[in-house]
Every structure is written in C-alpha cells, then in structure tokens.
Design a protein around this ligand. Structure first.
Ligand SMILES: [Zn+2]
Length: 451
C-alpha cells in the first residue's frame, strides 16, 4: 500500500536527502577488533540496548533478557547463555517483541535486518538464516560498509573506555572521537596515572584537567557530559574555597564526604570544564531528557536546568542531546534565546518518530535552522545506526514536505535546509574540518599527500 505521505514532492525531497553524505552527530559503536566472532554472533547482539528497554517495559523479566544477550568484553554479562540455539534464543524474546513491536526501537531493528541481512521480520523460521547472515557480515570493514549504505560520511564517536578521557583508537575513515567527562566522577588515581601527574590537592586536580585539555581538546570533536543519569543537570555556581575541603577528604585515607558535598564539588568542576571548553572552542554535548535503560528520574535531566551555564559562559557552545525529550519545547525556547545553544536530534528518531517530527516542525518555525543537528544514531551496534538513519531521513523529509505544502518554504529551500540538518550544521558548529585534520595523526593515520 502506498502510504499517504509518499507524494511526488516527498519522493523528490527524499531523493535529495538520500544523496546527502551525513555527519552522524553521536555514536558509541564497537571497535571492529571488539566484534564478537563465531557462536557469539547471534540475534542477542541486536538487543544489546534500546529495544530491550521496550521489551522489559512491556514486562519481560530482566533475567530472561540477560540470558538472550551476549557476553562481550565491554559489556560483561555473566548471565549470558551461549548454549541457546538461534530458535530457542528467539523463543525467549518473541512474546515480548510482539508486545513492543509498534515502537521506533523495534522498527529500527526490522529496517536493519531487512536491508542488511535480507530478512523481513524476526521469527522462529527466519532465525537460522538471520544468524548465518550476521556471521557472514560481522567482521572488520562492516562499519564502513554499513555507513556507505546508510549514507554516513563519518560519525562523532563517544567511546566507551578503556581510556577515561580520550580514546582516539577509532579509524579516521569512519570516526572522530569526543573527549569524555571523567572529571566530575573523581577517579583520581586513574586520572593521575594516565596523565603521569600527582594529585595532592584541588589545584593539582585542575592542573590535570588542564593537561588533558592541552593534549586532547584540539583533536576531539566535542566534550561529552553524561551525568544526567545519576544527578540533576542543575550545576550550582560554587566558589572554590567552599569545596576544597571536600576534595581533600576525597584524597584522605578512609574518609568519604557526604553525597551533597560531593555534588557541590562536581558543580565546581563542571563550571571549570565550561571555561576550559570555551578556551579551546570545544563544543560541549550534554545528555538531556530521556534516559537509556529502565527507570530513572526524568526531571533531573531537563535542559532548562542548565540555563545558568548558558548565561554565564557565552563563549562556550552547548549541544543539547536527544532534544531534551520530553522537554523539547523548553529546548526550542533555549535555542531560540541563546546564541551558544544548539539542538541535537541524536537518538530521537527512534525514541519517538512522531514526537521528533512534531518537534522539528515546531523548531523550524522558531529556531534559526543553522542551530539544529538532524541525526545521530547513538548505537553500540552499527545495524541500529542503519535502521535509525533510514527513519531519520524519512521523518525529516516528511517535515520538509509539510513546510513546502504549507507554502512556508520553497522546494529548493527545503532541500537546502535538509542538507544543513544532515551535514553542514555539524561541520560548522563543531568546527569539524580542522578538528578532523588534528585527529588524523592521533588515530594513527598519515596526513593526506600534498597535491
Ligand atoms: Zn549516547
């Protein structure tokens, strides 16, 4: 059946969007040398994250999900059951997958297995074929192959370890990496050891932060803060002398400051990081809005809690992830008001495709278009990135069509705007061209030959 939005206008705009080599604004993809092999490759890999959140929310017992999932180096899972046959593994997932079939998370997986593995639907009868197809494809080179099929030029990558701050061991061909905020978590011995510096007081700690910025900030693409999972995004402006004692207690043997004192120390450090990012012109990316996994405090993560930072640090750029969903309307106001705030739709097109569409439509009526980053897969496995990219292009094309049909945009402008959302804005706002050139040698690649 032809769906209602597939008009001739949609087909033309979609074709133009499909031709844009996207900058993927956010991923956590596996290193190819970390790919599982042999019997460890199975459908459980596609349930490493996101879709399982919906299956568990639908009622699937956590321990059953743990049996299905793989046990990987970066994602240890002692409850994994390697003895399951492909069919038996699917039989555990199936009742819950059926209940959550409707969500964007599940749709992204179906698109991925259809286009990458030639399988239309997860079922017991397709499981052996799917498993064999995965075993045939998942090997070094797969990431680039999938990026090409998804129309992704390269991705801004947030590595999950092993280095605390910067892991430039992702190939230049597909990636540029974030600096990650390890600093507000105070892994003091590890930070000191990786910097080869002593930390005996708060001033030493700030010097270590300076060291990492001086070493890494020019070749990273952004500075990622993911603290919305375990605290409020309101960062109070605390003077140094109010937290020095807390820091000293952290250093002391057999002492532990109170949680509230530690939070004040985190606040102080985060403000320091805002200053450093401004100094190095390194845009900060904040996780805001919905949390991955099951169960958290959503009001901790609304972007509006950070308005004091946006105001105090006008030279620091703030990229607000996941459109702060479900607080996207607040974010539209923040991005409309503050020159240093940009909107990032990463993860969003699979969280809720129709809410994402409504939000983009709203923002295109209110927020300057150069401040919106249209796509980031935000997956650990690249098949998910693919499914997400297809949904993003479809939904963005629908919104652009709507604006043309309403007479607000010309068709030519809609196409130009699509290119800004998927590519140009990220290149400009994160300064990616010069950062990629600085990242290249850190990733072990030679500079391009002089011409
Ligand atoms: Zn992420």
């Amino acid at each position: 059946m032809k769906v209602s939005y597939e008009t001739d206008l949609y087909a033309r705009i979609r074709q133009e969007l499909d031709a844009v080599a996207m900058i993927d604004c956010h991923e956590h993809l596996q290193r190819e040398r970390e790919f599982p092999t042999g019997d460890d490759v199975h459908v459980g890999l596609l349930f490493l994250h996101y879709a399982p959140d919906d299956l568990i929310a639908a009622g699937m017992p956590m321990e059953e999900m743990a049996r299905v999932r793989p046990n990987l180096l970066l994602f240890p899972n002692p409850e994994a059951d390697p003895s399951l046959s492909p069919e038996a593994r699917w039989r555990l997932l199936e009742p819950w997958y059926r209940k959550a079939w409707n969500t964007g998370y599940c749709e992204a997986l179906r698109i991925a297995i259809r286009d990458l593995y030639g399988i239309d639907e997860f079922s017991e009868s397709t499981m052996t074929k799917l498993t064999e197809a995965m075993r045939g494809e998942i090997r070094p080179g797969f990431t680039r192959k999938v990026f090409d099929k998804a129309g992704i030029d390269f991705a801004m990558q947030s590595p999950l370890g092993p280095g605390l701050v910067f892991n430039p061991d992702y190939n230049f061909d597909c990636f540029i990496c974030d600096m990650c905020d390890a600093f507000t978590g105070f892994p003091i011995p590890e930070l000191a050891q990786q910097a080869d510096m002593d930390i005996l007081c708060l001033d030493d700690y700030l010097k270590v932060i300076d060291f990492y910025f001086e070493r890494d900030a020019r070749c990273a693409c952004a500075f990622k803060v993911a603290r919305a999972y375990d605290r409020t995004l309101f960062w109070e402006d605390v003077p140094k002398n109010a937290v020095e004692n807390t820091f000293n207690r952290l250093l002391a043997f057999n002492d532990r400051p109170d949680r509230r004192d530690i939070q004040a120390l985190e606040d102080f450090i985060l403000h320091y990081l805002c200053r450093k990012c401004g100094e190095y012109d390194l845009r900060m990316k904040f996780h805001t809005g919905i949390h991955g996994g099951n169960g958290n405090i959503i009001t901790n993560s609304r972007a509006a809690l950070m308005a004091n930072l946006f105001m105090k640090y006008p030279k620091t750029g703030f990229d607000v992830f996941h459109i702060s969903y479900p607080y996207q309307e607040e974010l539209a106001v923040l991005a409309k008001n503050f020159p240093n705030v940009t909107v990032d739709f990463c993860w969003m097109w699979i969280i809720n495709p129709s809410a994402a569409r409504r939000a983009l439509s709203d923002m295109l009526d209110a927020v300057p278009a150069n401040k919106i980053h249209g796509f980031g897969g935000d997956y650990i496995f690249v098949e998910g990135t693919y499914g997400h990219a297809v949904i993003a292009r479809r939904e963005i094309a629908r919104v652009l069509c709507e604006k043309v049909e309403e007479g607000r945009f010309s068709e030519a402008y809609a196409v130009e705007l699509g290119r800004m959302l998927l590519r140009d804005n990220a290149l400009d706002n994160f300064g990616l061209e010069k950062r990629r050139a600085a990242y290249r040698p850190r990733a072990g690649e030679d500079p391009p030959p002089a011409t």
